[in-house]
Design a protein around this ligand. Sequence first.
Ligand SMILES: C[S@@+](CC[C@H](N)C(=O)[O-])C[C@H]1O[C@@H](n2cnc3c(N)ncnc32)[C@H](O)[C@@H]1O
Length: 214
Amino acid sequence: MLERTRELLDSFYRGDPQPGIDGVTHALDPATRVSREQGELLAALHERLRPAVSIEIGMAYGYSTLFIADAMHEHGYGRHFAIDPFQRGHWHGIALAALERLDFGHRVRHVNDYSLPALVRMHEQGVRADYVFIDGMHTFDGAFVDFVCADRLLNVGGIIVLDDMWMPSIRKVAAFIAANLEHYQVVDTPVANVFCVMKKAEDRRAWDHFADFG
Ligand SMILES: C[S@@+](CC[C@H](N)C(=O)[O-])C[C@H]1O[C@@H](n2cnc3c(N)ncnc32)[C@H](O)[C@@H]1O
């Protein structure tokens, strides 16, 4: 990790107020972020795959985005789409301002929309991705729809990472995937709070396939 990224992330994790794109400094809500351990995992998986295109759903202050963008910048690869309809409003554009400060802005494109229309539009535009991190709406249906849409964009060999396995809604999505989607393989990671799967093949299920997932 670049020294300047580490210093900025240290400041975020200390809870220091951060500037938004409005130039005003704002207090941070410490509840909204990936842990360092998760951030390091996201960066390591990203760096291992070196995807030409990656996607993240749910940017908030941009902890996860900074870990990913740092890996891309340091090794000189890829484009990253970060989808979040509330980045410029509720989150004051703090993630966007941090990316600019670190000179990562050219690698990351913020998509100012809800994930469902954004992912459908990307599909219509022919976008293909090799890495998707889902950390947006945390209802069962919200995360499930994010997964289904992400799958339509994902190349074989790509991965999808779901955050927040401590939540029953996210564990239910993971249980559906494990019980029903044989074309995905679970990737073991040292971080219990994430569920990571790799796409092994395209979906070849019969139209009426269903396995109960508890
Ligand atoms: C837990 S936070 C993300 C934290 C971020 N990944 C980090 O590490 O700093 C969840 C984010 O999802 C965003 N969000 C909520 N509903 C969404 C939706 N339907 N589509 C995209 N983003 C959404 C929220 O604005 C919020 O920024």
